[in-house]
Design a protein around this ligand. Structure first.
Ligand code: FAD
Length: 303
């Protein structure tokens, strides 16, 4: 890798990690192992997703509360507009704010009935992510991230419409966009050029999905419009029943993608961890991010 000539670059890179709220005690234990392993990498923030229709509201809140109470991490709460009135969404915002949350990832969300169904704004709900950003900003000067789609959102008729929505979210106060995962860095770079030409200057942080299971990722990619290049499929060919080699290939693929982005001048990365530390940790190591000692506050240490 050309990157290997710049060993000090890790100091200049900021990472964030995304988790989903666990459904069972066993999943909670795994998430907690992951959080414990990734915390020393001193991410800028970690975020916790929000299920369709607010289905994970309680679990998202509980996960965030635990992160705030038991770690030194900064937690960002994802929120969506799905199946909730403005009043209900405002209540959730107040609940998170009351817990000490200062960062949000504001999304429209997908219909609870499933991706692919036409989205219908809830009667008297926020119609889209831009309106949700506005609602958050009316409460406090939160740090708000929003989504961005290097290959455009499947519902967008064209890039102009897609980027116009991003502009509306920025106009309402979003200061960072995190992209849908992608595997072709040229598409990302072209998208960022389009965004800049539209007069949008916030960071467009690449969302990196380490491939824990290529079959699942291919299916998911098809649903959200992410192109899976033929070379990527070839790399995982025949590894369905060989998890060890699959994991090694996945680490190499993600590290190669991230290193190439670093070469292109990108210094912020968001990892879709799928609540697993191994690949995210290995990739961070390869880009020069090393664990730091954690100074625990008295309350966190007692937890
Ligand atoms: P928006 O930014 O409002 O719209 C995305 C694009 O779709 C726009 O560019 C617009 O052109 C087009 N569009 C939107 N609405 C319409 C319409 N009615 N007609 C035509 N075009 C339209 N989902 C969850 O449920 N929970 C999460 O926690 C979550 N976290 C995410 C985090 C990130 C970083 C990303 C990238 C996605 C996340 N999602 C999450 C998925 C997201 O909810 C879906 O992609 C959803 O379909 C769009 O939400 P959005 O906020 O991106 O939409």
């Amino acid at each position: 890798f050309r990157f290997s000539r710049r060993p000090d670059i890790g100091d200049k890179i900021n990472v964030s990690f995304e988790f989903f709220p666990p459904k069972s005690d066993e999943m909670e234990a795994r998430l907690w192992e992951t959080v414990t392993r990734l915390e020393p990498l001193a991410p800028d923030f970690v975020s916790v997703t929000y299920g369709a229709g607010g289905s994970t509201r309680e679990r998202t809140a509980r996960t965030i509360r635990r992160i705030l109470n038991e770690t030194n991490l900064t937690a960002a709460a994802h929120m969506t507009c799905v199946d909730a009135s403005r009043e209900q969404v405002d209540q959730v915002i107040a609940e998170f704010a009351g817990m000490g949350v200062k960062r949000f990832v504001a999304l429209r969300g997908d219909p609870a009935s499933g991706v692919g169904e036409a989205y219908q704004p809830y009667p008297d709900g926020y119609a889209n992510a831009a309106e949700l950003v506005g609602a958050l900003k009316r409460v406090a000067d939160f740090d708000i991230s929003v989504s961005a789609y290097p290959e455009k959102h499947p519902e967008s008729p064209d890039f102009a419409t897609d980027i116009d929505m991003l502009k509306r979210k920025v106009d309402q106060g979003a200061t960072r966009a995190i992209t849908q995962f992608f595997f072709d860095n040229d598409l990302y770079e072209r998208y960022v050029e389009r965004v800049r030409r539209a007069g949008i200057y916030i960071p467009i942080v690449p969302g990196i999905l380490p491939i824990h299971n290529f079959g699942q990722v291919s299916n998911f990619s098809a649903r959200c419009g992410t192109h899976v290049p033929a070379w990527l499929a070839e790399r995982f060919e025949g590894l369905e029943k060989d998890p060890q080699t699959h994991a090694l290939v996945a680490a190499a693929v993600a590290a190669e993608q991230v290193m190439d982005l670093v070469e292109r001048g990108i210094v912020d990365f968001h990892f879709y961890t799928m609540n697993r530390a191994d690949l995210a940790f290995a990739i961070c190591h390869m880009i020069g991010i090393r664990p730091r000692a954690i100074a625990r506050s008295a309350s966190a240490a007692a937890a």
